[in-house]
Design a protein around this ligand. Structure first.
Ligand SMILES: C[S@@+](CC[C@H](N)C(=O)[O-])C[C@H]1O[C@@H](n2cnc3c(N)ncnc32)[C@H](O)[C@@H]1O
Length: 297
């Protein structure tokens, strides 16, 4: 079992009790929720180590802070690149599509791609409950084809870094090149110079909804759900790849359909919200977060 976890982005040193985190900022969860329940041994769950991805309802709680600002940032950046209301957007590794649903609300035509049909089923229902519609595409992001190509694609929350080797990352870029219309853009939320370890990427936080508490630790996800007899311990089941600007640029250089247009660097935070540069920077940062723009030639 891999010990490191998740896809977390910039670590926040600010000590705080549980606070909302927005646009991928993670605030340390100082006091874990106390549980009246016994902790269930991992080996008892579904005959093995269960993943947070197997439980979209808990995933949705854990990642369910108000992500409106994050979504609006994508809408604004997409508009800067000519992708406006009515255009089609593919959300890659969408999970429960919390960003994609908000993009649909902003008038974009959204398809959510994920390898987990459970995640996408949840996402489609969540969209319907909000009066929106998104199209589900159950697929591996390293091996898929689309019939109708997209004006743009987004990949929030560092999920690009789930592609651990050059072969997978290259295969993904090939798929994206084929999935985008000429002139289209692919926005990737990246962190450079972090290695997926607790020291650089990971943090702890917790979220509550409807009496259910889901807490992320650097090694597992803990769920306290009163409808269950015991606290549930879930695995992240994922590692994150480290990128330098050079290693990322080399990867994109190998692709003949996509080119590196630049990035919008994170400038800092205001009220726990990441603020990004309004100007496209041609250079990638050595470290820190940036919205990288790949252009379909
Ligand atoms: C970090 S979570 C999703 C984050 C989501 N974009 C968000 O903003 O909340 C990562 C997602 O990637 C999906 N995933 C992992 N590997 C994948 C792959 N090779 N192809 C497609 N989806 C994948 C998982 O099922 C999971 O839903």
């Amino acid at each position: 079992m891999r010990s490191n976890s998740g896809w977390l982005l910039s670590r926040v040193a600010t000590a705080s009790s549980r606070r909302r985190r927005q646009f991928g900022r993670y605030i340390r969860h100082e006091s874990r929720p106390s549980s009246p329940h016994e902790t269930q041994d991992r080996s008892d769950i579904m005959g093995g180590v269960a993943s947070i991805y197997d439980f979209p309802e808990y995933y949705d709680i854990l990642f369910g802070w108000d992500r409106s600002y994050e979504a609006q940032t994508y809408v604004d950046v997409l508009a800067r690149h000519g992708v406006e209301s009515g255009c089609s957007v593919l959300e890659v590794a969408a999970g429960t599509a919390q960003v994609g649903i908000r993009l649909a609300r902003a008038g974009l035509s959204v398809t959510a791609l994920d390898s987990s049909d459970a995640m996408l089923a949840y996402a489609v229902s969540a969209a319907e409950r909000l009066g929106e519609a998104i199209g589900p595409l159950v697929a591996d992001m390293t091996a898929f084809q689309v019939v109708d190509r997209f004006h743009a694609a987004i990949n929030p929350m560092s999920s690009f870094r789930l592609l651990l080797g050059d072969a997978d990352a290259g295969a993904h870029l090939t798929c994206m090149g084929q999935a985008l219309l000429p002139g289209g853009v692919y926005l990737i939320d990246m962190s450079f110079g972090t290695d997926g370890s607790a020291a650089s990427d990971l943090d702890e936080w917790g979220m509550d909804r409807d009496g259910i508490t889901v807490t992320a630790t650097t090694s597992c996800v803990r769920v306290v759900d009163p409808t269950r007899g015991a606290e549930l311990i879930l695995d992240w089941h994922e590692s994150l790849r480290t990128y330098t600007p050079e290693s990322f640029a080399r990867l994109v250089d190998r692709d003949d359909q996509l080119s590196l247009a630049g990035c919008y660097r994170e400038l800092g935070m205001v009220d726990d919200l990441s603020r990004f540069s309004g100007e496209l920077d041609r250079e990638l940062p050595d470290s820190g977060r940036a919205l990288v723009v790949l252009a379909r030639v």
